[in-house]
Design a protein around this ligand. Structure first.
Ligand SMILES: Cc1cc2nc3c(=O)[nH]c(=O)nc-3n(C[C@H](O)[C@H](O)[C@H](O)COP(=O)(O)OP(=O)(O)OC[C@H]3O[C@@H](n4cnc5c(N)ncnc54)[C@H](O)[C@@H]3O)c2cc1C
Length: 452
């Protein structure tokens, strides 16, 4: 089997920076990503399809992305796009599929950089064609320059909602309205984190400028609940007792770490992050997880944003170089000093943002609303299963198959978790997270059969 010193999984800012730094430390590096082009969520399509004009929202970030991509390409790391990883074994054998063929390599060390996923926002009618996540709409914008036509509404809350709205308007798109579902009093919780956030005011000022730009052109209406209406396809919305026609509804409720792979690794410890209302792997300051040789960098280890992700990728690569005998502990500490300080500074606004945009919670989700789309399980059935004795998301699989469909819990996992906790009246952190299993991505038997 092929051997490689360092396998980096995910070519977003964290993975790109990790690969570049590891190469500069003399390690041979294999970098895998299921997307055809590197860049991850934030720098998706940068340099290929996504070329925002100099003053467009996100333009400065796109330039940073291009620099990261070019540095990784120039570093000599082997970068493989269209490569979906689906398993890691105890001896750090990594399995992935590429072009219909399965591959394996054994690594001296693995840095997982799987990024974040959008937290689903279940509302009545959200499974209708014509309703999708803001993240998916942004992918279409970044990879194909597509802006929606017709009456487009957005609903939910979180920084990405405002960023996408600003990006859409800058591209010449229009929005019929935004239903702001963020809890009205959240700023009271957030305000105590403001002094810390102001140590790095850039992201806050940027966020305010997106909001101002959007509010100047788009009606923003506060509402606690929204319902998508239609028969076979979206035709309208209902909120606050009012109905509006709609062709497209984009939903958003923040992002959570993508822990699909780390949760499948037996013995890999996770902790509930109350501020971000999600699980994340337990990591030391270098990104070492609780299993030997496994490291995590970027949003997959806790949401921190693109710059913090790149810095944590760099720091993890420096530590990997120490673990693989390229650096002494003193050399590692010296090399990581500045990136560590910069990461701390990039994280300064985080607590403020987390408190300002807490997830919308499950009490508002009506019994008839589907929460697991793959298996068509409603909130009411989850609540009924809990009253029959299902203690957590793992037991719920046996009751209802929730989390066992093609998404393997990526979409429904956080929702079902929060719903079980609220039904049992306990803190979400007191429940075991949904256990995932390898393969974490669907593969065909034909692909498996190509493994030699
Ligand atoms: C939908 C969405 C849109 C976002 N848009 C923005 C934005 O415009 N601006 C912004 O500042 N922040 C955005 N964010 C937040 C942003 O993702 C992060 O702050 C930043 O990209 C984190 O970098 P990362 O390297 O940790 O992860 P990412 O950039 O997410 O990179 C992770 C990479 O891992 C790959 N990957 C994951 N699982 C597998 C697998 N099994 N096999 C192969 N490859 C895999 C993914 O394809 C991806 O390229 C967005 C988040 C989401 C969820």
């Amino acid at each position: 089997m092929r051997e490689v010193a360092l396998l980096v999984l995910g070519a977003g800012p964290a993975g790109l920076a990790a690969a570049t730094e590891a190469r500069s430390q003399g390690l041979d590096v294999l970098l895998l990503d299921e997307n055809a082009a590197p860049g991850g969520q934030v720098h998706r399509g940068v340099g290929e399809f996504y070329r925002p004009s100099a003053d467009a929202p996100g333009a400065a970030q796109a330039r940073e992305g291009l620099a990261l991509i070019e540095a990784a390409r120039a570093s000599g790391a082997e970068m493989r796009g269209g490569a979906t990883f689906w398993a890691i074994e105890d001896d750090l054998t990594v399995s992935w599929s590429e072009g219909g063929t399965a591959h394996q390599a054994r690594a001296g060390r693995v840095i997982l950089c799987p990024g974040a996923v959008e937290r689903a926002l279940p509302i009545p009618g959200w499974t209708l064609p014509g309703v999708m996540g803001v993240g998916a709409a942004q992918i279409l914008l970044k990879t194909a320059g597509l802006v929606p036509e017709g009456r487009t509404w957005m609903a939910g809350q979180g920084p990405l909602l405002w960023l996408y709205a600003a990006q859409l308007l800058a591209k010449g798109g229009t929005l019929a309205g935004i239903i702001d579902m963020s809890p009205a009093g959240a700023w009271r919780q957030a305000i105590r984190h403001l002094p810390m956030a102001l140590m790095k005011p850039g992201p806050l000022l940027q966020g305010l400028s997106w909001m101002r730009r959007v509010r100047a052109d788009v009606p923003v209406i506060r509402a606690r609940d929204v319902e998508a209406l239609g028969d076979g396809k979206l035709r309208g919305l209902r909120f606050d007792g009012r109905e509006e026609a709609a062709d497209l509804l984009l939903l958003h409720d923040g992002v959570v770490p993508n822990t699909q792979v780390t949760r499948a690794l037996q013995g890999c410890a996770h902790v509930w992050d109350a501020a971000q209302a999600s699980f994340r792997p337990v990591l030391d300051e270098w990104g070492n997880a609780s299993l030997p040789g496994v490291m995590v960098a970027g949003d997959g280890g806790g949401i921190g944003g693109a710059r913090a992700a790149a810095l944590s990728g760099r720091i993890a690569a420096i530590e990997a170089a120490r673990a693989l005998g390229r650096l002494t502990a003193e050399q590692r500490d010296a090399a990581a000093g500045r990136p560590m300080l910069r990461r701390r500074s990039e994280m300064a606004p985080r607590a403020f943002l987390d408190a300002l945009f807490p997830p919308l919670g499950m009490d508002r989700v009506a019994d008839g609303t589907v929460v697991c789309r793959c298996e068509e399980v409603t909130a009411g059935r989850v609540r009924a299963a809990v009253s029959l004795g299902a203690q957590g998301p793992n037991q719920l699989k046996a009751f209802l198959r929730a989390g066992m469909g093609p998404c393997q819990g990526r979409v429904c996992g956080p929702v079902v978790h929060a719903l079980v906790a609220s039904s049992r009246g306990i803190a979400a952190g007191d429940l075991m997270p949904l256990r995932t299993r390898f393969p974490v991505k669907p593969i065909t038997v034909a692909e498996l059969a190509t493994l030699k």
